[in-house]
Design a protein around this ligand. Structure first.
Ligand code: V47
Length: 360
């Protein structure tokens, strides 16, 4: 491997990683252009230093309460305008039914996300959390991205802090990482002009952290952004984490173009996916976990990504809509046995976790 690092002209970067020094944007650009296996090797060094051979997964359930959306971002096949034949909004009773239908399973996390809905009142969102937490008190409720939190503040006339406190009292414990997309204003203006700004996304995450609500963070890559814009995004997350230490996990989200307004784009290749995974591990030296989200990567590539910096593979899931409406080729569900087999075959030790990465 030393030969490979030398041939790739990465000796100085390898030394930085070895000494626990922070990588710069320029280092990141050099790594993006370097051979895949050299970058993967360096990311794996850091991954193993942090987590050894452990690879985490969670027994979870996804609930998408609605896809009727005011934002209609160009990269999204899930959001639909109100009245669209594929649009849906679940009643609170329908959501309770989905939870009740799986009460016999040892679910440890409920992941709840939806849309920027045209007319649901704030009470709906609070009551949703309360009812799910009542039915599933032992599971961690990970709900509502910063985009939704921003919308709740708008419709309720409350501050972000007040909205988060009310939801926390109702049972919300962690925010999922969605809505970050790419922070660069140029990209946001083009692909999601109605979405909250990068500054607001970061401010909501930091407010949540200060209130004792942890969160995840993401980056949607492989559409119109440059490598530099990806690296700037990662550095912005790293700086926010320096301030609050509230991010649990980073998830690079591989763009699926089908059924979106960007369907003319090819989407990322396997090499792009693996390099972005490795770069995420190497740049985000202060975020503990990096997730290979098998729904977007496919189980096969997620398995390989465990050797490229990822230490988590998400969960069992069962019903996923955001990626499947963009024609994802992955299945809707993996059993615990299937997840464990994927992890073991990649040479790692499967560890079941909850949302806070507490081992079960
Ligand atoms: O914010 C939308 C992305 C996100 C597409 O926190 C797309 O544990 C690819 O954030 N192709 C929602 N990506 C999903 C998300 C998430 C998923 C799993 C776990 C966690 C977590 C968070 O999905 C959106 C957007 O960035 N997205 N459309 C698409 N066509």
């Amino acid at each position: 491997m030393k030969k490979l690092i030398k041939a790739a002209n990465l000796v100085d970067i390898a030394e930085k990683i070895d000494q626990g020094k922070r990588l710069s944007l320029e280092d990141g650009l050099r790594l993006y252009k370097a051979p895949l296996l050299a970058v993967g090797y360096l990311a794996n060094l850091m991954r193993e230093r942090l987590h050894g051979r452990k690879t985490y997964y969670v027994y979870n359930q996804h609930i998408n309460y609605s896809n009727e959306c005011l934002n209609l971002c160009k990269f999204c096949a899930f959001g639909k305008p109100k009245g669209h034949p594929e649009g849906f909004t679940l009643t609170l009773e329908e959501i309770e039914q989905k939870i009740k239908a799986r009460l016999k399973e040892p679910i440890k996390e409920i992941h709840i996300v939806g849309s920027v809905h045209p007319d649901l009142p704030f009470d709906y969102y609070v009551e949703l959390i309360r009812r799910v937490k009542t039915l599933r008190p032992e599971a961690v409720i990970k709900a509502y991205t910063a985009t939704e939190i921003s919308h709740f503040a708008d419709i309720s006339g409350k501050t972000i802090e007040a909205v988060l406190k009310i939801l926390k009292d109702a049972g919300l414990e962690v925010l999922p990482g969605g809505g970050a997309e790419i922070f660069a204003p140029r990209v946001r203006q083009e692909v999601c002009p109605r979405k909250l700004t990068a500054e607001k996304w970061l401010a909501i995450a930091k407010t949540a952290h200060r209130l004792g609500i942890k969160s995840n963070c993401t980056m949607l890559y492989g559409h119109i952004e440059t490598y530099e814009e990806r690296l700037q995004h990662l550095i912005a997350l790293r700086e926010a984490q320096d301030e609050t230490r509230g991010f649990l996990c980073f998830i690079p989200l591989s763009f699926h173009p089908k059924n979106t307004k960007l369907s003319y784009l090819p989407g990322p290749t396997g090499v792009e996916d693996l390099k972005t995974m490795a770069l995420s591990r190497l740049m985000l030296d202060n975020i503990p976990h990096i997730k290979a989200y098998w729904i977007m990567l496919t189980p096969k590539l997620a398995q390989v990504a465990l050797n490229f910096g990822a230490d988590d593979i998400d969960g069992t899931i069962l019903e996923e809509k955001i990626t499947h409406m963009a024609k994802a080729e992955s299945p809707q569900c993996l059993t615990r046995t299937e997840l464990e087999a994927l992890i073991k075959e990649a040479g790692y030790e499967p560890v079941e976790r909850d949302t806070f990465f507490r081992e079960i």
